[in-house]
Ligand binder design. Structure first.
Ligand SMILES: Nc1ncnc2c1ncn2[C@@H]1O[C@H](COP(=O)(O)OP(=O)(O)OP(=O)(O)O)[C@@H](O)[C@H]1O
Ligand code: SF4
Ligand SMILES: [Mg+2]
Length: 343
């Protein structure tokens, strides 16, 4: 099968110019480094990682809103990275993104109807009656009442904002959607309803999702394949099979699952044993020429193994350890470990 998205060696370095007294300085920030993976038609690929690990940057590169510093992205066989916005236009409808902050992408002076009219017109429908019919169909699909049409962005809830964002994207009949934190910061029941809606739409319209979340519990529930990111790098790619037989091998993936399990089992506040764990959740910043494993200052396996020199001296490659299973670690577990069945 041919991948609908192919990401080859993507790196992204943000260059910021600033003044330090009279001196002009430049800061280079490596947001992504050597990212590689594929997405096949009809799949849900989940991207998970801590805040600042590069998830949104990656999503924006995939939908051609940002250019990578190096590497290439193919969408349905077309290399998009070197295309101008005009050249990309024929693919623009095929691949769409629902943004992380629903309010930021809505105009506070336009009501919801005006937002949806705009989206439907972009899809090529001009006739007023046909636009109205399409809007009502979209509201039905995202399970919103037509009464919302008169409301303004500041009058809608977080869950409604997400549904409106989704309706605007669905208006263009995309085949691939990048969902950036589509259920973050929502109440549990609203989150559950929205996840169910997104999965139903995916199945019904045979959509491909790149689903971004910092929450491995959500990702494990929805994804066919999980891409785990740490500090701009892919540290593990895990195929999700039957829940009881899923496996992971990287120590960071282990921490993510353990934390989720602790939260699930009612330990509302996860307390970490050491400073090392606390630092884990503040974004680590990779150096573009870094030679060591980016995870070594946080890695329990490294400390338990007596600080093997190789972790500090050689950056591990992302190695294939099974069908669609890749790990970036010098010491991947020989025994595969079952994913806790908390979901
Ligand atoms: N335009 C920019 N200029 C400079 N640095 C940027 C820019 N956009 C993102 N970054 C930096 O790149 C890194 C990755 O950011 P990104 O938004 O992709 O992370 P994220 O994984 O989506 O985080 P979150 O979970 O908080 O949304 C961060 O350290 C961020 O500060
Ligand atoms: S390479 Fe070493 S430091 Fe990096 S994740 Fe593996 S064990 Fe930990
Ligand atoms: Mg983000």
């Amino acid at each position: 099968m041919i991948p609908v998205i192919e990401i080859n060696n993507i790196s992204k370095i943000f260059v910021q110019k600033f003044r330090d007294g009279f001196k002009k300085k430049i800061k280079r920030h490596v947001a992504l480094r050597d990212v590689n993976f594929q997405v096949f038609p009809g799949e849900v690929v989940g991207i998970v990682g801590e805040s600042g690990s590069g998830k949104t940057t990656l999503g924006k590169i995939v939908v051609h809103l940002l250019a990578p510093s190096t590497g290439s992205v193919y969408v349905k066989g077309t290399e998009i990275t070197r295309l101008t916005q005009r050249q990309f236009r024929p693919l623009r409808r095929t691949i769409q993104m629902v943004f992380q902050n629903p309010y930021a992408s809505l105009n506070p002076r336009m009501n919801i109807r005006e937002h949806l009219v705009e989206a439907v017109r972009l899809s090529g429908i001009r006739d007023k009656a046909a636009v109205d019919r399409k809007i009502h169909l979209l509201l039905e699909q995202v399970q919103l009442s037509p009464t919302i049409l008169r409301q303004y962005p500041n009058q809608i809830s977080g869950g409604e904002g997400r549904r409106i964002g989704l309706a605007r994207v669905l208006a263009l009949n995309p085949e691939i959607i990048v969902l950036d934190e589509p259920v973050a910061s929502l109440d549990l029941s609203i989150k559950g309803e929205l996840i169910a809606l997104l999965l139903k739409l995916q199945e019904k319209r045979q959509l491909t999702y790149l689903w971004i979340s910092h929450d491995i519990q959500v990702i494990h529930r929805v994804a066919d394949v999980i891409v785990v990111m740490f500090s701009g790098e892919v540290v593990e790619i895990i195929p999700v099979g039957e829940r009881s037989t899923d496996v992971y091998q990287h120590p960071y993936t282990e921490i993510l699952f353990q934390t989720a399990q602790k939260l699930q089992s009612g330990q509302a506040e996860v307390t970490f044993d050491s400073e090392m764990y606390q630092r884990l959740f503040t974004a680590a910043i990779a150096d573009e020429n870094e030679k060591q494993c980016v995870y070594y200052p946080y890695c329990t396996r490294y400390f338990r193994a007596g600080k093997p020199q190789i972790c500090q001296m050689a950056r591990p490659e992302l190695k294939q350890v099974g069908p669609r299973h890749f790990v970036r670690c010098h010491f991947p577990w020989k025994e595969k470990v079952k994913v806790p069945d908390y979901a």
